[in-house]
Design a protein around this ligand. Structure first.
Ligand code: SF4
Ligand code: SF4
Length: 337
């Protein structure tokens, strides 16, 4: 199906057509926005910049039960993943992050939880027209209307949303709502191009990534790591809120004889993350942990999957309590190279 227009007045009807599927969309949370399931009959509002917490939890929940069992028993109960889900209105950088993370979860063996959730999920993105002050997606291969990772892209044209299918799943969704749509004309395409060009112009921050993946290993002992990590509190905010961070821990929890094995987000910025049972820690201070975080995103991931594991969303810079700025860190990396 070619590009289509959905009049905004039909937005509640569009959401109504998704009945039976779980809808996850941005919702107000005090002065911030976050992705959460939408109650039936509610139409999510898409007038927002970006959420504080990325929507990565739709595919990789912050805590998820992998199996349940009884202590001393033989029965193991595995979760049934069969809930079709639509994530509505995620930003292109966050969808790109999902495509990047999927490379790991489908690497040597498929991660059954992640892969199954992705199969059941349709990602409907919303192009950015007002990028944030620390966005730098074009520097790392993205853009305000990037479609990588998305099934369907929406662009806000004022009265209408322009809808463009990216994958078969996106096509299917358009077919399901076809009576609400009208075909987009050339003017709509031109309006989209204009809005995207304007959004690109508004992105002021830039990172020069040329030579960084290859150069980082040579900076292993460079004093810059001490300098950039000096004020770090080790709070983990930069990793929990990062759409491409995907580290997890697995723990068994018991309550009486009932037990569950669950996995939950973890952070390489925590001391315990690499603490061995022997007491040895290969990343004993925040210097080593910061060095690892940057190397992981800008060197190791490139080595393994040929893509930088940072989508330039700016969250780590926006929300670090001591203002550690990844763009400034990468400037110092470039200076040291
Ligand atoms: S958010 Fe800032 S203070 Fe917290 S761990 Fe990351 S760099 Fe350190
Ligand atoms: S490292 Fe920072 S800018 Fe890059 S994707 Fe993660 S939170 Fe966004």
């Amino acid at each position: 199906m070619s590009a289509m227009l959905l009049n905004k007045e039909k937005w509640p009807e569009f959401v109504g057509k998704l009945a039976g599927k779980k809808i996850v969309a941005p919702q107000a949370d005090g002065d911030a926005m976050h992705f959460a399931p939408v109650a039936e009959g509610e139409a999510p509002a898409l007038d927002y910049n970006n959420t504080r917490v990325p929507p990565k939890g739709a595919l990789f929940p912050q805590t998820e039960t992998m199996l349940k069992f009884q202590a001393g028993g033989e029965q193991v109960e595995e979760p049934v993943l069969d809930q079709e889900t639509v994530v509505l209105g995620l930003r292109p950088c966050d969808a790109r992050a999902m495509a990047i993370v999927e490379k790991l979860f489908k690497w040597d063996i498929d991660d059954p939880y992640y892969v199954r959730r992705r199969e059941l999920t349709t990602l409907v993105g919303l192009a950015c027209t007002e990028p944030g002050m620390n966005c730098f997606c074009p520097s790392v291969g993205g853009g305000p209307a990037s479609t990588e990772g998305l099934d369907l892209l929406m662009v806000d044209l004022g009265e209408n949303y322009l809808l463009e299918a990216v994958t078969e799943k996106g096509e299917t969704l358009l077919t399901e709502i076809k009576e609400l749509l009208e075909e987009a004309d050339d003017d709509a395409g031109k309006e989209k191009d204009k809005l995207v060009a304007e959004a690109e112009q508004k992105i002021k921050r830039k990172v020069d990534t040329e030579g960084v993946p290859e150069g980082l290993p040579g900076l292993w002992e460079d004093p810059l790591w001490q300098k950039v990590s000096a004020s770090c509190l080790g709070c983990g905010t930069c990793t929990y809120l990062c759409p491409t961070c995907h580290c997890f821990d697995i723990q068994d929890e018991t309550e009486g004889f009932a037990a569950r094995r669950c996995r939950m987000w973890d952070s390489c910025m925590f001391e315990e993350y690499t603490l061995h049972t022997s007491g040895h820690n290969p990343r004993p201070t925040r210097k080593e942990r910061t060095r690892n975080r940057i190397n992981h995103k800008y060197s190791y991931y490139v080595d393994k999957f040929d893509v930088i594991a940072c989508v330039g969303c700016g969250r780590c810079t926006n929300l670090c309590p001591v203002n550690i700025d990844i763009i400034e860190t990468l400037r110092q990396v470039n200076e040291a190279l």
